[in-house]
Design a protein around this ligand. Structure first.
Ligand SMILES: [Zn+2]
Ligand SMILES: [Zn+2]
Length: 430
């Protein structure tokens, strides 16, 4: 029933926050569009890997300071936080951008293409903003400038969070997990709600995508070690064959999704990505290692799947006289957009992009560490179109590839929508 009501409200464009500041935001955003594009080109040309965003962070911090904000640097190694205190009392809303680039060599003719080379996992590689985080930083710097301009009319506080290392740990010795560590260092303590966006190279410029509830998956790494008894390949009866046992485990794991998980609630994925065992055609080895990935959208399903993976692996190994050790590393939790908050903010998305350009998206099996912020306060994470109008989403280069390309004409909407979300939320709560 509740679901039906929410959908009905969404489809009628039921609206909550309606800040009077929007015309002023539009004007200011348009006046700084060229600056936002310039910032982004500069970040694009000089990308930095996770926790090494020193240059980027300095430009961000200098900009926020020039706007008169209180600025804190060096959070989670290279993170920056700026505080904009409005002229009127109210809650605190956070806006987040991630700053890191990827070990991907750039392949295009852009005059501002990256020629940066860095060492990654002991290898020299080109570095590129191949996920578009350069656009996130530039857009949020623009939002900071827009909202600073109307500070006296803002009812509450806007916290600008510039986060390092969204893509994960880059090298041994670098221990910050971007969002997770920022949370551990207290950035969410006084935050009532948080908003974030991700540019998307396969969504047309001018569009916004969103989803209520679990929108992106939790990701866990799975490791299974199967131990048997080594023997000559010609006398298998004297072995405990870990290859046959591992094969049974792989097949057994597939029954979790077909027989244990209530798939009407959420999708889930268990993938074995690599199997290593043995060295020669006539030796049954002692041990097989398997690694894989698990994607889930709820804590309950995640727990159930972990439990069944352990039971199935250990049980099958035992039945063969072998043994199995299972370890699961939980990486990012699911990105869950708070249903109540999403319902309240959808009118801000409509106002920014036009209702016909706001698309409700399917669950995404990728992960995003924005989820750590959402564990601390209700949050909404949206996608912003970055593909040229008329482009083909199937053939447009995807994120994390050398041909990744973003249309700069999409940034203005990014500045507007993040500004709208902030002021509408604060208005709603005042
Ligand atoms: Zn990425
Ligand atoms: Zn990304």
């Amino acid at each position: 029933m509740k679901k039906t009501l929410i959908l009905l409200l969404l489809s009628t464009g039921f609206s909550f926050g309606q800040s009077k500041l929007k015309p002023e935001i539009d004007k200011k955003a348009s006046s700084i569009e060229a600056k936002v594009i310039d910032w982004r080109r500069d970040f694009h040309q000089y990308p930095e890997l996770g926790n090494q965003e020193v240059r980027t962070a300095k430009i961000v911090a200098d900009h926020l300071r020039s706007l008169g904000m209180e600025v804190e640097e060096g959070i989670a190694v290279t993170g920056v936080v700026g505080i904009l205190r409005g002229g009127k009392a109210g809650p605190t809303v956070a806006l987040r951008a991630d700053m890191d680039a990827l070990p991907v060599p750039e392949r295009n003719d852009l005059p501002f293409r990256s020629q940066v080379v860095a060492e990654y996992n002991g290898q020299k590689t080109g570095v590129m903003h191949a996920c578009g985080h350069d656009t996130h930083v530039a857009i949020l710097m623009g939002v900071a400038e827009v909202l600073s301009d109307m500070k006296s009319e803002i009812s509450g506080t806007v916290k600008f969070i510039f986060q390092p290392a969204e893509e994960g740990i880059t090298e041994p010795g670098v221990t910050s997990w971007g969002a997770k560590q920022m949370v551990e260092e207290g950035v969410m303590k006084d935050v009532d709600a948080i908003f974030g966006l991700h540019i998307n190279s396969q969504t047309e410029v001018g569009s916004i995508k969103y989803r209520s509830g679990p929108a992106m998956a939790a990701v866990d790494n799975l490791n299974i070690e199967v131990n048997g008894r080594q023997a000559h390949g010609a006398s298998p009866w004297s072995s405990v064959d870990p290859i046959v046992t591992a094969s049974q485990i792989v097949m057994g794991l597939q029954t979790i999704l077909s027989r244990n998980v209530n798939i009407t609630q959420h999708p889930a994925i268990v993938t074995i990505g690599a199997i290593h065992g043995g060295i020669r055609h006539n030796i049954i080895p002692e041990k097989v290692d398997m690694i894989g990935t698990i994607r889930t959208y709820s804590d309950e399903q995640q727990e159930l799947i972990h439990k069944r993976i352990k039971e199935i692996s250990v049980g099958i190994a035992q039945s063969a006289g072998a043994s199995a050790k299972v370890s699961i590393d939980e990486l990012y939790p699911a990105t869950v957009n708070d249903a109540d908050l999403t319902l309240k903010m959808v009118s801000s998305l409509y106002d920014a992009a036009g209702k016909e350009n706001v698309i409700y998206h399917e669950p995404i099996t990728g992960a995003e560490d924005f989820s750590f912020f959402q564990k601390e306060a209700p949050g909404l994470f949206i996608f912003l179109g970055g593909m040229p109008k008329g482009g083909n989403p199937v053939t447009a280069p995807s994120h994390h590839t050398p041909d990744f390309m973003i249309d700069e004409s999409g940034f203005l909407l990014g500045v507007k929508v993040m500004s709208y979300l902030a002021v509408d939320y604060l208005d709603l709560k005042k």
